[in-house]
Design a protein around this ligand. Structure first.
Ligand code: ADP
Ligand code: MG
Length: 411
């Protein structure tokens, strides 16, 4: 029987092999959770020292653009998933001809392209920040006029952890951004005026200009969804970003219950509308006027769900494996208030120094990355305490994260 004849509803049982496109920390934590359940793992990644490699049964070293490498992963797998969205969707679609890819490629195409994602959310009636797609240099003046300042210029593809983004607050910064946009179009010669406008516009957009919203808090909700539509959600996380990178997640979020409920409802509605299978993380801005606006989507495990590894009865990684395998979704209970703090390259030396005397309420997760570059995600810490305030105090007292002290002194 060829793998593609496996009906998606037939559960994939332990003993079978799950292939993962991407061997970063998310792939590593998926494999660690799935191995505990009895699954085998095959991982594709271009990096010799990919974090998931030591916990995989099979490692295929190759570029994600290398279709032969993708097929090699597929041949070693009973099902293939992806742990990041910056993939060639055509190549993943080709792979899906020979092996089930339960997450599919439709949502992948949206989640890897900010203009398509925003257009799909708007079309579905979900609130997004005012934005304009920029498909050619001539689009700039109107984009700036409709969006106004302050704004963020974002590349439509390839961005993550605040990369590919420029914050525009002044006319001078807007002029500099226009130069970036014009140079980008000049370099490739694409996006000439006179090209068909209309529906190709979102797909052809190279940038979006998006209004910068003055939010009270950022929230995220992770939804697990199976192919048959069954869903389970994790408690919303309150997220703080520093320089575009997630610094910490706070659970329960310090927002009214009604806001939490609305966020969960919206996330479930989006997962259903987009027919997500596996996990869908939905990032929100909670605005001063009480409105919830969707920031972006991730069709995979998400950094803001790492708290579930220690503080919830089912982790996002186990839930992901259950969802793509067609097993029953696990019950999600929050055992304790928790604060998850990311360990970036610049935090690692201080964390390692503090490790031998760390408070027993700290749960440390490190990804086994050799090189600790500034801004690189090396690990995270889950701090389980009687309240999130106490967990935040414990985090600050370690001195590992100077940002915590700086924020308290300069809120
Ligand atoms: P990434 O893919 O890098 O996570 P995001 O669009 O989520 O990109 O942006 C990263 C962070 O930058 C957000 O979590 C938020 O803190 C800030 N940000 C992005 N867009 C806006 C916006 N429109 N208004 C205010 N802050 C924003
Ligand atoms: Mg984001």
């Amino acid at each position: 029987m060829r793998s593609k004849d496996v009906r998606p509803e037939a559960p994939l049982l332990p003993g079978r092999t799950i292939g993962i496109l991407g061997g970063g920390q998310l792939g590593r934590m998926i494999a660690l959770a799935g191995r505990a359940m009895g699954y085998r793992f095959a991982v594709l990644d271009p990096a010799e020292e990919a974090p998931a490699r030591p916990v995989a049964d099979v490692f295929v070293r190759g570029e994600f653009s290398d279709r032969a490498a993708l097929l090699r992963l597929g041949a070693a797998s009973d099902v293939v998933v992806y742990e990041f969205e910056h993939l060639d969707a055509e190549a993943v679609a080709a792979l899906a001809e020979s092996v089930p890819v339960p997450q599919g490629t439709a949502l992948l195409r949206l989640a890897q392209h900010r203009a398509l994602e925003k257009a799909a959310l708007s079309a579905g009636g979900f609130p997004v920040a005012p934005y304009a797609a920029i498909a050619r240099p001539e689009d700039w003046p109107a984009a700036l006029r409709t969006v106004g300042l302050p704004a963020l210029l974002k590349t439509t593809t390839g961005g993550y952890d605040g990369k590919g983004q420029w914050r525009l607050r002044t006319a001078a910064e807007a002029a500099a951004a226009e130069a970036i946009v014009r140079a980008a179009f000049r370099e490739t010669g694409a996006g000439r005026s006179g090209e068909a406008r209309s529906e190709g516009d979102a797909a052809g957009a190279r940038f979006i200009l998006e209004r910068e919203l003055a939010f009270r808090a950022e929230l995220s909700v992770i939804v697990a969804r199976r192919a048959d539509g069954a869903m389970a959600t994790f408690p919303p996380a309150e997220n703080v970003h520093v320089r575009g990178i997630l610094h910490r997640s706070i659970v329960p979020a310090r927002v009214p219950k009604t806001v939490e409920e609305r966020a969960v409802e919206l996330a479930r509605a989006i997962a259903t509308h987009l027919d997500a299978v596996g996990l869908l993380a939905v990032e929100f801005f909670w605005l001063k006027d009480g409105a919830l606006v969707v920031n972006e989507l991730a069709p995979r495990p998400h950094n803001t769900g790492h708290y579930t590894l220690d503080a919830a009865s089912t982790s996002q990684f186990e839930q992901f494996v259950r969802a793509v395998s067609g097993l029953p979704l696990g019950a999600v209970r929050l055992w304790s208030p928790v604060v998850m703090v990311n360990v970036l390259g610049e935090h690692l030396p201080a964390l390692l120094k503090a490790l031998p005397t760390l408070d027993p309420r700290f749960k440390v997760h490190l990804y086994g990355k050799a090189e600790a570059r500034p801004g690189r995600k090396m690990g995270h810490v889950n701090i389980l305490a009687d309240s999130v305030e106490e967990a935040l105090r414990l985090a600050e007292a370690t001195g590992v994260w100077p940002e915590l002290q700086a924020e308290r002194e300069n809120p």
